[in-house]
Structure formats: C-alpha cells, structure tokens
Design a protein around this ligand. Structure first.
Ligand code: ADP
Ligand code: ZN
Ligand code: ZN
Length: 759
C-alpha cells in the first residue's frame, strides 16, 4: 500500500503549474513591522468565502505557530502553490474593511514606515474584531423593581438624570447612547446596575434606539458676509466632484463652526456623510450639542468608549444611517459608505498626530482619503500649522479667510508685560504688578478671568542649593515636580514619586528647595491675593475623573467661578462672553522648550488663549508676562498678526532647512544597556550616512545622539534624524538600510515620520 501511495504521488503531473491560472492564493499581513504580505494557499472549503478584508488564522514563521492575520488580497497564483502554507481558518463572514480602506491603510504603512498589519490592527476597533458577525449591543432598561428601589431614597443627581432619560424612552437604550443623553460617563450606569435599578440586556443593533433623542433643534444663524463668501467657495468645491483641500484661516470667534455646519448641511442634502475631527479635549457636551441640535443623526466617537459601544457606532456608520460623525483623531477611519466631506477643526493641534505605531497624522490620512473618494477636505484654524500654511500660499491648497470676528467684535488688545524688573515677581510672586491690578479691576467690574500656565504641580523644580543640581527621577532624565497636596515629588514622565526629599541624593545636603511655580502654587497665590474670588484650577491632576472637565466648564459658564486657571486645557475653543481678562503667566516656559516648533507653539498658545476673551460687547484684554518681550512669536501674537508670524518663521525654517521645507524622519532606539543602545544607534547612523553618500547625497543624517530625554522609564534613548527634500526620499534610503539591518537583542527601534515632538 505504502509503495502504491508513493507511486501515485510521483505519478501526478505538476498540476499546480498546469492549473496556475485558476488557482487562487491569499496575501496576508500580520500585526508586525513587516514590509510585505505573505502568500498562502486557499483550501477548497474557503474558496467561495474568503475575501480581502477578512481575518484569517494561519501559521507564520518556522515554529508553525498559528497567528491571526488580515487577508488583504485574493488573487490568481503566479506560480506553483505547492510550497505555500494553507489558510487554516477564516474568522469573519463579511469583510471588516472596504477596498478603499484597505488601500488607505496600505498607504499609511508605506507613508509612515510601519507594517500594514500594524495599521489594520490599530484602525479596526477591538470591539469590531471581536464581535463581527454578531451585531449585538449592550443596552439598558429600567428594572422591574426600579421604582420601588428609587422610592427608598434620593438618588445622586447624575444617576437621577440617567433614570429620567430611561423613563422618557420607550425602550432600552444602548449604553453609549445613554451616556450621551445623560451627559455622563459609564460610572452612574454601573452604580445603577449594582443597585438593581438598571437591567443590562443585549439587543440587535437594528433596533438599538434612535440616534437623536431629545436634543433641542435650533435654527440656523444668519451668516455674515464673510461667512457667506467662504461658504460659497466651499459649496462650489463640494459640487465640483473633485478633491480640493481648503484651509479656512479664521480668527478666533469668526464663526468657523457655523461655516462647518452649513457645509455639512449641503453634504447631507446630497445623501452623503461628513466626518468632523476635533481635538479630544474639545469633545465637550457643548460641541456635541451644537452638532446634534442641527442634524438628525450624529455619532460621537470618544476615546473612552467601551468596545461594545464602538462596535455599535461602527455598524451604524457603516449602514449609512449616520449623517455626521464627530470624533477625535481615529474618527478619520469611520466607515462611511458615501463620504462627502472631512472637516478638521483646530488643524494646528498636535493631538492629530498619533504618538505610537502607526504614527500617522490625521490630516494627511484625511487628505489621502478625500483624494481617494474625490471629496473636499476642509481644515480650519486661527493659527494654522506652517505645513498647511505653506501649501496654501503655494496654491497647492485653497486658502479661505475670515479675518474678523462675528458681530463686529474686535480682537482683544494684548499687552506684553516685561517682568524683568517687576517688584512683585522679584519678591517671588508669579503675578506681576500689572496683572495683579488688572485682575482686581476685572473682578470689581464683575468680569471673569482666565489665567494660563503650562506647568502643573506645585513647583516644577526640586533643587539642591548646595551642589546646584536638580533632583531627578531615577528612571528618567527629568527633574521632579513638587506636588504639595500629595506631599510628594513626582516625575511628570513616568509618575515615579517619592515623599518630600529631605536630603539631596547627590551631595546629601539638607538644602533642598522647591523652585518655580506650577498651577497648584498659582492657585494658592491667587486665592491669597483675591480672597473674595472663587478660584478653579483645571489641569490633568484636578481633572482626573471622567466628566470633571465638562463639569468645571459648566460652573465657569454659569458664573459660579470668578477665576479659572490652568494648563493647555483652558486654551481650547472655549466661548465665554463674560471673560474680560486673560493672563498668560509665563510665556518664556513655552519659548524655552528644546523643540524646533517652540516659537510656533508659543504663538499658537498665546493667540488661542487670547481668543478666549473679548467675545461680547463687554470687551476684553490680554496680558502676557515674559522676560523676552522682544521675541518675535510673542510680538506677533500680541498684534494678532498670524501672517507676519508665519512669514517670519517660514524664513527662519527655510534658512535652516527645517520642515516644512524638508521632511524629517526620526529613528529612536531604546534599551536598558546604555553602551549597547549608543553603539547600535551609531552603527545605524553610519550605515545611513554611507548609503546617503552613495545613493542620495542631498539626504542629511543627523546623529546618532542622545535623545533630548535620554532616560525615560528606565530606558536609555538615542536617536537619528534623517532629513530630505521629500518624504519619499527619506523612505527610499531608510528601506535600503533597514533591509540590511539586524538589531541586537535588547535594543528596540521606533520610526517616526514627520515627528512633532522631539522628546
Ligand atoms: P470659531 O469656531 O471661529 O471660534 P464659533 O463658530 O464658535 O467661532 O462662533 C463664535 C460665536 O459666534 C458663537 O457663539 C456662535 O454662535 C456665534 N456666531 C457664529 N456665526 C454667527 C452669525 N452669523 N451671527 C451671529 N452669531 C454667530
Ligand atoms: Zn546637592
Ligand atoms: Zn520618571
């Protein structure tokens, strides 16, 4: 028998070759930094079923380990399939991604130098991967005993709101939707479930409640002539059926959001969907309400949604039910079946760049996606990035401007206060004489005040007077920040903390001092200086609880707070008519960052915080405290002169060959063994330099050098920066070198294309 079997096997003609034309194979990618897909054979039982965009199980590598991958293409075999490993399992019944989305993710992998599978893994929500095919979502209804339990005692307000929403509804409501309607996080739902008031049930998503609920519908505003003009251009672009990127440069308070809304109205009237990307921090109930009150179906994509909620939203969007999707960075991947427009509000915000693999910039992904689908991309900002500005001035993109605020409100006057000889500051205060007087006057006139300081904690430096060194985190190359409320010195990078250091860890002297002012110390100073005023601090320490951010802003809006102080958090998109004074405590701390974009960031922050005042007939003023009153970014910001700043800064960048006149890719190495990381990075840099000399002498290779934060969470960090006229040329060179590269165990490498932070 055995002989016969062998004979039979040998006697079979080379059918793989002969029939190659009808044999299908599958290209599969994995969640790994691999450049190319792997090819597998498709067993008969999967032949009809398997399509690109489905997940499969198959073996990878020598160990024959079974792993999950994404099938990205089903195609004719080009040659013998005999040697190919088979697909072992198909995990989905429908593709998770459209052909367009496959193309988009492939582009991201190639543009941002990472694996296609890594992009897919990050783009498809975990809930979608896990539950695809099921279409069940978790929802809540009031339990049979609800009224009896509620009768036994008064509920906290948040929980009562949830109950009220359900009382008004005529059926169960999906968890995500319920949170939105009740303006709360998942906390109150869980508590109510524990109390037995809510019953969780699973329902089919088709009947999972309407998207709108009972948000008041508001009328359109009558646009002013500036808005009308811009809207006309946008509508022309929408009707052209071609892709254009439009940069809407509009002053703070010029009514950009109103223009977005009217543009989207047009898109919806074509039966298409629009995606609006906003910085995560702007996803406040106010923003959401603003869109909900104007459209009948709005989906909101938060970063703190559960897998189930995300899955539900994803399906709603894919079904075409949703008109408008509002969300943070990753909403750019929302699976709209018939996209009509993408809007990116506050285009300059760094949060649109993802900080881990895939390190994509949502603006560039949106640009590609809009090109793919032949629809316009609308970018909006009062302080556009120089990247976007340069494209607009070169007419690669269209520039639309709204230089004036609505209702003929002027932009607030900005006063630069030189604090070098300020008597109060010299005595150790953070609020100088001029600001002190202005706050007093604003409060007297019943105005509200915003104070901006971008350092949290009590004192940003713990410092030894004897040996003159800062007390640093043992794991990071960063001085500790004193948090007085916790009685701890804290590392703002890894959260390492120690009780108040009594002795200097270097010289053991007891002369340890706290230096500088963070938001906590400022809060104390303000409370002491203005004892009658109500003060509220907003920073990531005081706003840890979900929802606390919105709560704080509501308090401020209703006038329960006189002085709001905080970090970047308060610089974003707030619109409060009663704010008559904004103080920037220390413009220098932003200017002195070791970052190529320090000037740009300083300008943006001053301009954005300044934009928080003068939003009513009451007017408003801005005071900027600095020891560098002649600095260009401070000066231009004080004149609200974006054009002046942009042209000044672009000259500087051009002279130094920096972006946007070049493309930078940063290669970061990290490991526990310093000499090893150092040596590895140097070897790679040498290889890059040699390759550049040979292949593309215009490419510059800087480093290897210790990264600005050389130690982070215990890892040593070194980096290389590769600089070239185009991203494509960096890529060519890097891929040539990377193909010939083996990293020693213990050294990890990350590649960041167009980095926006240089830590
Ligand atoms: P931006 O996004 O440019 O900062 P907003 O769209 O938030 O500006 O508008 C600022 C304020 O002006 C909002 O309160 C908005 O309701 C109001 N507003 C916008 N357009 C008009 C208009 N045409 N007429 C009256 N008020 C307007
Ligand atoms: Zn010391
Ligand atoms: Zn640390």
């Amino acid at each position: 028998m055995a002989d016969q079997g062998l004979f039979e096997f040998a006697d079979i003609p080379d059918w793989e070759q002969a029939a190659a034309e009808d044999v299908q194979v599958a290209d599969v990618v994995f969640n790994l930094p691999l450049e190319k897909p792997y090819t597998y054979s498709i067993p008969d039982e999967f032949r009809e079923l398997l399509k690109a965009g489905m997940r499969v199980k198959t073996s990878l590598g020598r160990g024959n380990r079974s792993v999950i991958g994404y099938c990205v293409k089903v195609r004719q075999a080009e040659s013998a399939v005999r040697k190919l490993k088979p697909i072992e399992e198909v995990l989905d019944t429908e593709p998770l991604l459209s052909q367009n989305m496959l193309e988009l993710t492939n582009w991201i992998a190639s543009r941002y130098l990472c694996g296609w599978g890594q992009v897919l893994e990050s783009v498809i929500p975990a809930g979608v991967r896990r539950r695809s095919g099921t279409r069940l979502v978790s929802s809540y209804e009031l339990s049979a005993n609800a009224s009896r339990i509620i009768a036994t005692g008064k509920l906290p307000q948040k929980q009562q709101v949830v109950v009220d929403v359900l009382l008004k509804a005529d059926g169960p409501i999906p968890a995500a939707r319920l949170c939105e309607l009740a303006d709360c996080g998942p906390g109150p739902l869980n508590t109510l479930k524990k109390k037995g008031i809510l019953t969780p049930i699973r329902i089919r998503s088709e009947v999972a409640g309407g998207m709108q609920g009972d948000v008041e519908v508001t009328q359109d505003l009558v646009l002013n002539s500036q808005q009308e003009g811009v809207l006309k251009q946008i509508i022309a672009s929408l009707q052209s059926g071609e892709h254009r990127t439009m940069l809407l440069h509009g002053a703070t308070g010029s009514g950009k959001t109103e223009v977005y809304i009217r543009s989207i109205r047009e898109v919806v009237s074509y039966g298409r969907q629009a995606i609006v990307l906003v910085p995560e921090i702007s996803l406040t109930p106010q923003t959401i309400r603003r869109f909900r009150s104007r459209f009948s179906s709005v989906a909101v994509l938060h970063s703190h949604m559960s897998d189930a909620e995300r899955h539900w939203q994803w399906q709603q969007i894919a079904s075409g039910e949703i008109e408008v999707i509002v969300g943070a960075r990753s909403a750019v991947f929302a699976p709209t079946p018939n996209l009509g427009l993408i809007v990116i509000d506050e285009e300059h915000e760094p949060t649109f760049k993802q900080d881990n693999t895939p390190r994509y910039h949502a603006r560039e992904v949106a640009r590609y996606r809009c090109q793919q689908e032949n629809v316009p991309l609308l970018l909006g900002s009062a302080t556009p990035t120089l990247e976007s500005w340069l494209r607009a001035t070169r007419r690669q993109d269209d520039l639309l401007s709204m230089p004036d605020r609505v209702a003929e409100l002027p932009l607030p006057p900005v006063v630069i206060v030189d604090t070098r000889n300020d008597p109060r500051i010299n005595r150790g205060a953070s609020i100088g004489r001029a600001l002190f007087t202005s706050i007093g006057r604003a409060l007297q006139d019943k105005g509200q005040v915003i104070l901006f300081l971008n350092l949290r904690g009590y004192s940003p430096t713990v410092w030894c007077r004897s040996c003159g060194t800062g007390v640093k985190c043992p794991d990071c190359d960063i001085t500790l920040t004193w948090h007085r409320d916790r009685q701890e010195a804290v590392c703002h990078s890894c959260d390492y903390s120690i009780p108040a250091p009594e002795k200097c860890p270097v010289c053991e002297s007891a002369a340890v001092r706290y230096f500088g002012t963070g938001t906590q110390k400022l809060e104390e100073e303000v409370a002491a200086a203005f004892p009658k005023a109500t003060v509220l601090r907003m920073d990531s320490d005081s706003m840890k609880k979900p929802g606390s951010h919105d709560e704080a802003l509501e308090k401020f809006r209703h006038g329960h707070v006189d002085i709001l102080l905080g970090t970047q958090m308060i610089a974003k998109g707030l619109d409060f008519p009663n704010v008559t004074l904004v103080g920037v405590i220390d413009a220098d701390s932003m200017l002195n960052q070791p970052d190529m974009r320090a000037a740009e960031r300083t300008f943006q922050l001053i301009a954005q915080v300044a934009g928080r005042t003068g939003r009513s007939s009451r007017g408003g003023r801005v005071l900027v405290q600095t020891t560098s009153p002649d600095d260009a970014s401070v000066k231009y910001a004080s004149k609200h002169d974006y054009l002046g700043f942009a042209s000044h800064e672009l000259h500087q960048r051009k002279d130094s060959g920096a972006p946007p006149f070049s493309c930078v890719t940063r290669i970061i190495f990290r490991g526990l063994n310093e000499p090893q990381v150092n040596e590895t990075s140097r070897t790679v840099a040498d290889k890059l330099r040699k390759a550049a000399k040979l292949k593309d002498p215009e490419v510059r290779v800087l480093g290897a050098a210790p990264a600005p934060i050389t130690r982070l969470r215990g890892y040593w960090r070194f980096h290389i920066q590769v600089c070239a006229p185009t991203a494509e040329r960096v890529k060519q060179l890097w891929q040539y070198v990377e193909d010939r590269l083996t990293l020693p165990d213990g050294v990890e490498m990350a590649v960041d294309v167009d980095p926006i932070n240089s830590r």
